[in-house]
Design a protein around this ligand. Structure first.
Ligand code: PMP
Length: 360
């Protein structure tokens, strides 16, 4: 695929070429049926088989326990900021939150509409350059859950180990799901938008412990109750068919690659290369504190905003796309999700060194 460039976009993000090629074929003619997957009834045998296979691959690769439901929902990860407290809180009930960036802040804002909120930790005063270590915060005894964002896409920080506290954990894993293994046992609920490590936008995957389905207050709208979707196998209404299909293709690719064991190692290796290049230079400065560094989104600054703009412009011209930092923090960000190739990281490092020689 000589016309493909290196795509450092934070999301929607790079997907494996073989997945894109298969998806393109399936759009035109799926399973030799003479119609495309996106033209097919979601109640058809073919599509039901797709949805079942995607769920079963997710369960297998992530090791989802039997007592968790897997839901394919719409509304983006952002809808979960509201659905979580709508379903798990209610008047007089409290949720605890770790405020480690833009996405947790948005979740906190929504939770306040539906219950009490304890912000148990915030790294806002240091521009969210770290996540807390165990013991840096104390969760109120009456909190229903502790909510956190495992990987902070914008600031480039990541929990290297999951919090270990009572009560149950609720986690936004939008930008690092499937990048490493995790133990479901302390979790009540986890969710992730598809558009980084899983597939195209349009689908949000929710993992929810079955016993939580009956907690929802009765005045929650039908479409916003987890139980509605759990009872209907995510087919209460038309699900995001194409996204679910491509997630399935991505999961097959990941399984063939060696699953989470292999991808964890590949992700570590790519991120270590890039952080090493940043640390070896006085010209580039990493945003995240080393212990909190993300293996998915590498954020860094150059000496001035003018140099950053020049860097991004020249990089783009060399086929290194999407390196501009999020508008809320500036600087540069290299998102190197599961499907991002190591050669792209190597090419970026080469470009960084050459740019520093000219401007350092
Ligand atoms: N959470 C995280 C960690 C994210 O990175 C994003 C989007 N980049 C969101 C939530 C919001 O996702 P969506 O656009 O699907 O609502």
């Amino acid at each position: 695929m000589p016309d493909r460039i290196f795509n450092f976009s934070a999301g929607p993000a790079v997907l494996p070429v073989e997945v894109l090629e298969q998806a393109a074929r399936d759009i035109v003619n799926f399973n030799g049926k003479g119609i495309g997957l996106i033209e097919m009834s979601h109640r058809s045998k073919d599509f039901i088989a797709v949805a079942e296979e995607t769920e079963s691959l997710l369960r297998e690769i992530l090791g989802v326990p039997e007592n968790f439901k897997v839901l394919f929902l719409q509304g983006g990860a952002s809808l979960q900021f509201a659905m979580v407290p709508m379903n798990l809180l209610g008047s007089g009930k409290k949720g605890a939150y770790l405020n480690t960036g833009t996405w947790s802040k948005k979740a906190i804002k929504e939770a306040k509409l539906f219950g009490d909120v304890q912000v148990a930790y915030t790294s806002e005063e240091s521009n969210f350059n770290h996540v807390p270590a165990r013991g840096d915060y104390k969760v109120d005894a009456d909190a229903e859950y502790l909510y956190f964002v495992s990987n902070n896409t914008i600031f480039g920080t990541q929990f290297q180990s999951m919090p270990q506290v009572e009560p149950m954990l609720v986690c936004d894993m939008s930008s690092d799901i499937l990048s490493r293994p995790f133990d479901f046992s302390p979790f009540g609920l986890a969710f992730a938008g598809a558009q980084k490590n899983m597939g195209p936008a349009g689908c949000t995957v929710v993992f929810i412990r079955e016993d939580l389905l009956d907690r929802t207050p009765t005045n929650v709208a039908t479409m916003l109750k987890y139980k509605t979707h759990a009872d209907a196998g995510s087919m209460f209404n038309t699900p995001p068919c194409f996204s679910i299909h491509v997630i399935g293709l991505v999961l097959k690719w990941l399984k063939k690659l060696g699953g989470l064991t292999a991808i964890t190692e590949m992700n570590r290796d790519k991120a270590a290369l890039l952080y090493h290049a940043i640390d070896a230079s006085d010209f580039y400065r990493g945003h995240a504190q080393p212990a909190s560094r993300s293996n998915m989104n590498v954020t860094f600054n150059l000496p001035t905003p003018e140099l950053e703009a020049q860097f991004v412009k020249e990089a783009t011209a060399q086929g290194l796309d999407g390196l501009k930092g999020h508008r809320s923090v500036g600087g540069c960000r290299a998102s190197i999700y599961n499907a991002f190739p190591r050669q792209g990281v190597e090419k970026l490092i080469g470009f960084m060194q050459e740019f520093e020689k000219r401007h350092g």
